[in-house]
Design a protein around this ligand. Structure first.
Ligand code: SF4
Length: 398
C-alpha cells in the first residue's frame, strides 16, 4: 500500500503537509497540549474551514493551496507553535494529563518532564522518532494519558522518573527529570516498537463541569472533532467572558477548559452547549466518529459527517458506538466499534464489531439501507441480551 492516503502510520505535520481532496492538510501539536484562547482562535482562522481536533489531541488545518503552505507555516511560527527558522516542530506526541500542574493527587511534575523532552527535541539532542511515535507522561494523578499507540510511558514520582516501553511492565530506565531525554534517546536506539493494531480506547476527560482539586473544569468535544472558524471565535469569546484562559487537549478529541471559578465554569458550559459542542456523555454524538469524508478527502465517495449526523438524528438515544468512515483506512479511529460503515463507491459496507478495514457483513448500502441494517442488528442484539439476562440457568436439583 504505497499511497500515503491509504497508508497507516503516516500523518501530516506542519512541515510535511499532506495533499488531500480539498488542498494541503497541516497538523500541529499544541505545546504541553494547551493553547491560549487567542492562539486557538488565530489558528482556526488559518484553515479554509476552521480546525479539527484529532484523536491524538493535535490540531489539523485543511484546504491550503500549494502556494499558501509557506505562508501558513510562517503563521504557525508566529504563533509559537513551530520553529520557523529551523523549520522544525516537536516530532512526536508527548501526552500529559490536561490537569497536570493543578492536580493535587499528582505525585510529580509531568510538565517538567514534557518540557525537558521538548527542549531536547528542539536542540536536536534526541534523534527524530519514527512516524506516530508517542510518549505518555503519567504523574499518578487523576488522569493517565493512555492512548492507542503509546511507545514509551514516563512515570513521575517526586524527583524520580521511570521509563517503560509499550508491551512491558518493567521500566527499562530510571533517573531524574533531566535524564528523561537520554532515556527516550535510549528507547529510540534500543527498544523495538510494538505495533498497535487495535489498542485500548484513549483515556478521555469527563464531559461537562467537573472538579479536580480546587479547580473547576469544563470538558467538551466538537462533534467529530471539527470546529468552524466562526465556532472557534465564539468559543474563545465565551471562554474569555467566563474566566477560561486556555484550552487543553488530551489524546482524544475532547477539550478541557480550566475555569477560574465554579460559576464561570457553569456559565461557560451553558455557552458551549448553545454553540453545539458535545457536553454530555448521554449525547448520541459522543458515541459517533466520522472522518472528514467527501468532498474534502480525495479518497472519499460519501459525505461521512453529514451521513453520521443523519444516522445519529434518526437513531437518537439508541445510537450505538458508530464509526462512519469514508474508506477502509479508518482515519477517525483505529478502534473497533459495534457498527462501522466504510464508504465504497458512494455507498457503505457495514462492519460489525470491527474496524473499517475488516470484512463487512453487508456491502453497497445506501444511507437508508445502512440505517435499517443498524436498527435490525441493534434490535436483534437487544433481544438476545434480554433473553440472556432473563435466563436463570439450569434448575438446581439436589
Ligand atoms: S478514512 Fe476518510 S479521511 Fe481517511 S483516507 Fe479514507 S475517506 Fe479519507
Amino acid at each position: 500500500m504505497s499511497d500515503p492516503a491509504l497508508r497507516r502510520g503516516w500523518c501530516p505535520s506542519a512541515f510535511a503537509p499532506m495533499e488531500s481532496g480539498d488542498g494541503f492538510v497541516l497538523r500541529v501539536r499544541a505545546p504541553r497540549g494547551r493553547l491560549a484562547l487567542a492562539t486557538f482562535a488565530a489558528l482556526s482562522a488559518l484553515g479554509a474551514d476552521g480546525l479539527e481536533v484529532t484523536r491524538r489531541g493535535n490540531l489539523q488545518l485543511r484546504g491550503f493551496a500549494r502556494a499558501d503552505v509557506p505562508g501558513a507555516q510562517d503563521a504557525l511560527a508566529a504563533l509559537g507553535l513551530v520553529d520557523g527558522a529551523a523549520r522544525r516542530e516537536t516530532p512526536c506526541d508527548i501526552w500529559v494529563s490536561p490537569y497536570a500542574g493543578d492536580d493535587p493527587s499528582a505525585r510529580g511534575d509531568a510538565l517538567a518532564v514534557h518540557d525537558a523532552l521538548a527542549a531536547a527535541f528542539s536542540a536536536s539532542a534526541i534523534p527524530a522518532p519514527p512516524s506516530k511515535y508517542a510518549v505518555a507522561i503519567d504523574d499518578g494523578g487523576v488522569a493517565t494519558p493512555l492512548a492507542p499507540g503509546v511507545d514509551v510511558t514516563f512515570r513521575v514520582d517526586g524527583d524520580r522518573v521511570t521509563a517503560t516501553s509499550s508491551g512491558s511492565s518493567t521500566p527499562f530506565a530510571a533517573g531524574a527529570t533531566a535524564d528523561a531525554p537520554a532515556m527516550l534517546a535510549r528507547a529510540l536506539r534500543e527498544v523495538a516498537r510494538k505495533p498497535v493494531v487495535d489498542g485500548p480506547e484513549a483515556w478521555r476527560p469527563p464531559l461537562g463541569v467537573h472538579r479536580v482539586g480546587a479547580r473547576a473544569y469544563v470538558g467538551f468535544q466538537p462533534p467529530f472533532g471539527a470546529v468552524s472558524s466562526e465556532g472557534a471565535l465564539r468559543l474563545a469569546d465565551a471562554a474569555g467572558r467566563f474566566g477560561v484562559a486556555e484550552f487543553r487537549f488530551s489524546p482524544s478529541r475532547r477539550i478541557v477548559a480550566p475555569a477560574s471559578a465554579e460559576a464561570g465554569a457553569a456559565a461557560f458550559a451553558r455557552a458551549v452547549d448553545a454553540l453545539g459542542f458535545v457536553l454530555r456523555e448521554s449525547d448520541p454524538l459522543a458515541r459517533a466518529e466520522a472522518c472528514v469524508g467527501a468532498p474534502h478527502c480525495g479518497r472519499a465517495t460519501t459525505r461521512t459527517r453529514d451521513d453520521a449526523r443523519a444516522l445519529v438524528a434518526a437513531l437518537g438515544d439508541a445510537t450505538p458506538a458508530l464509526h462512519v468512515s469514508g474508506c477502509a483506512k479508518g482515519c477517525a479511529s483505529p478502534s473497533r466499534r459495534a457498527f462501522t460503515l466504510a464508504g465504497a463507491a458512494g455507498r457503505y459496507d457495514l462492519v460489525l464489531d470491527g474496524t473499517p478495514g475488516d470484512a463487512p457483513t453487508a456491502r453497497g448500502l445506501a444511507l437508508d439501507g445502512a440505517l435499517r441494517a443498524i436498527r435490525d442488528v441493534a434490535m436483534r442484539r437487544a433481544g438476545e441480551d434480554a433473553r440472556t439476562s432473563s435466563y436463570e440457568g439450569p434448575a438446581h436439583v439436589d
